[in-house]
Every structure is written in structure tokens, then in C-alpha cells.
Design a protein around this ligand. Structure first.
Ligand code: CP
Length: 316
């Protein structure tokens, strides 16, 4: 696997989930597969889980890890082709990506939506520059519009916990004080579309997702109706696709709480973290024995380990 930016880069998604679960069962099983290989992790944005779980995954494979925080440790990067670099930017992505490729066998990149332009974000402007100017495989650590490592870990978590052959999974919008990207939601829909689940997505109609992601998916703007008989409730905030880059302080009543969870089929609660307590979800739900947020976070390591194995050329 030469790039991992979306489920579209994965030939056999179900086999990848199976590999991640196998690795979880015995994390040291491929302990020298990445010997003398180096993973570079490049962060344009903060991260706790992605940073540490991907680092741990690489170490479990015997890889070395180097980390570059662009906004604090590095030169300011110029991304535009043909730029006359007489402003703040000190280094062009052409050299930066090419030089990183001299040190690394795989480069992971974390970059959020910039919200300057929907076309630029949905064209994955920064990630595509890394793909173009690097000579080694590129691993998305969350991009402007997708978070595939999170979705792989989420699929693992649902597989481990499901009580029926085809569980009802509800992705629900939830409130948040900041303007957040659509990446986790887009990605979750993209991966759950392939999984054997009955997926419903619910959000206030003003805070939509890209129609291309929702094509053929059950959508309702009635959150409580959506939650009826759910086996899994995945809460996530995102900002509107249509009204791009605009936030809202409305819909605070979309918070997930015990009363709403009581509508479900004793559902598990999921969230990718970090989460705003008592804004997105009540303490009672988050701290309940039906909250899977730590299981999701734990599975991030094995999801990354399976993807790194594939990027290193593992054929099994
Ligand atoms: N869920 C997730 O990607 O967390 P971080 O932003 O902390 O990496």
C-alpha cells in the first residue's frame, strides 16, 4: 500500500480489520518487520491519540520514529507552486517533503481543514503536496476531510462489541463551541458503508455533510427517532458542508445524555476523542460501562500497526 488516505486506498478493508485484530491479540508478532525502517510523523495540528498510538505501533514493529511539529519545530512552509518566497515562508514543500523522504521510509501527515476554501480543503491541498513531492509512502494521520486510522479503529471496536450480526449504528451530530472539520464523520460513513452494519446518520439539516458521502445512506434530522433501537451511538460534531467554515451556537439540545441513550437498544456510546464533557455528551453517558471511548483509543495502536505493516509490504 503506497498511500493510506482513505478506504479507497485499501484493497480488502475487511482483511485489514482482521489483521488489526490479529495484531492486537499479539502485538509483538511482527516485532522486527520494520527493523531499520524509519517512520516520520509530521504534525500541522495538535494530537494526543494519533501521535502516541502511531508511534507505539511503529515501535511494536521495530521501526524508528522521528517527529516534526511544523508550527513549533520547523521552518514555515510555502505550499504554492511558483511562489516568490519573500514573505514569512522559509522553505518550500518541494524541498521539505523531498528531504523528509531522505530520512524516512514512510511519512505520516496530520493536517486539518483550513476553512479558507471548501474546494481547497476537499482537494486535500496540503496532503496532496506531500504525496506529490515525497518519494516514500504517505500515511494520513487525519487530513482536511478524512480520518481513516480513526475509522479503522472504530470498525475494530464495533466488531469486538457487536451483539447482533448486523447492528444498528447511529452517527449523530452533537454540539461544540468551535468550528470543527467533517473529517471524522466523512470517514466513519465511508468505512461503515463497507462494514456489515445498518448505518443511520442524524444531524440538524442546517449542518449537513457532503452529499457524495451520504449517497445511499439513511439520513434523518430527528435525532431521537434515529437513536431508537440503536446498538451503537457515535457522537461527533462537525460544521456545515453547505455553509462552509461557519459555526453555530444553536442545537445545544443535540447533546447525548442518559435520556436519549434510554431510547436505544442498550447501545454502546462511541466518540473519537478529545470530547467536551457536558457539551457533546453528559458525564453519565461518557463514564458509563457502555462507553467505548477508551476501547476506540486503544484500538488506534493496532489499526496503525496493521496499516504500517501493509505499507511496509506485508502481504498476509
Ligand atoms: N481521535 C484523534 O485523532 O485524537 P487526536 O486528535 O488526539 O490525535
Amino acid at each position: 500500500m503506497n498511500v493510506f488516505t482513505s478506504i479507497k486506498d485499501v484493497k480488502e478493508p475487511e482483511a485489514l480489520v482482521a489483521l488489526a485484530l490479529k495484531v492486537k491479540n499479539n502485538p509483538g508478532v511482527f516485532g522486527s518487520y520494520g527493523k531499520l525502517k524509519t517512520l516520520g510523523l509530521v504534525f500541522f495540528n495538535p494530537s494526543l491519540r494519533t501521535r502516541l498510538s502511531t508511534q507505539k505501533a511503529a515501535l511494536n514493529l521495530g521501526m524508528q520514529v522521528v517527529i516534526l511539529n511544523i508550527n513549533s519545530d520547523s521552518w514555515i512552509l510555502e505550499m504554492e507552486d511558483g511562489a516568490i518566497m519573500n514573505g514569512n515562508a522559509q522553505e518550500h514543500i518541494r524541498e521539505a517533503a523531498a528531504v523528509l523522504s531522505q530520512y524516512c521510509d514512510i511519512i505520516g501527515v496530520r493536517t486539518f481543514a483550513q476553512f479558507n476554501s471548501r474546494a481547497e480543503d476537499y482537494g486535500e491541498f496540503i496532503l496532496q503536496k506531500f504525496i506529490r513531492f515525497s518519494s516514500v509512502p504517505i500515511l494520513s494521520l487525519e487530513s482536511a476531510t478524512l480520518h481513516p486510522l480513526q475509522s479503522l479503529a472504530d470498525w475494530m471496536t464495533i466488531t469486538e462489541q457487536q451483539r447482533t450480526e448486523r447492528p444498528k449504528v447511529v452517527l449523530s451530530w452533537a454540539p461544540h463551541p468551535k468550528i470543527l472539520p467533517q473529517a471524522v464523520a466523512n470517514s466513519f460513513v465511508e468505512w461503515m458503508r463497507i462494514a456489515h452494519v445498518d448505518l443511520t446518520v442524524t444531524f440538524p439539516k442546517e449542518i449537513d455533510l457532503a452529499p457524495s458521502y451520504l449517497k445511499g445512506i439513511s439520513v434523518t434530522h430527528n435525532q431521537e427517532k434515529a437513536m431508537e433501537n440503536a446498538d451503537f451511538v457515535y457522537a461527533k460534531n462537525w460544521s456545515s458542508f453547505s455553509n462552509y467554515g461557519k459555526g453555530t451556537s444553536s442545537f445545544q439540545d443535540w447533546k447525548i445524555d442518559e435520556r436519549k441513550m434510554a431510547l436505544t437498544h442498550n447501545a454502546y456510546f462511541m466518540h473519537c476523542l478529545p470530547v467536551r464533557r457536558n457539551v457533546v455528551v453528559s458525564d453519565g453517558v461518557l463514564d458509563s460501562d457502555h462507553s467505548l471511548v477508551l476501547e476506540q483509543a486503544n484500538n488506534r495502536t493496532y489499526a496503525a500497526q496493521a496499516v504500517l505493516l501493509k505499507m511496509l509490504g506485508y502481504e498476509g
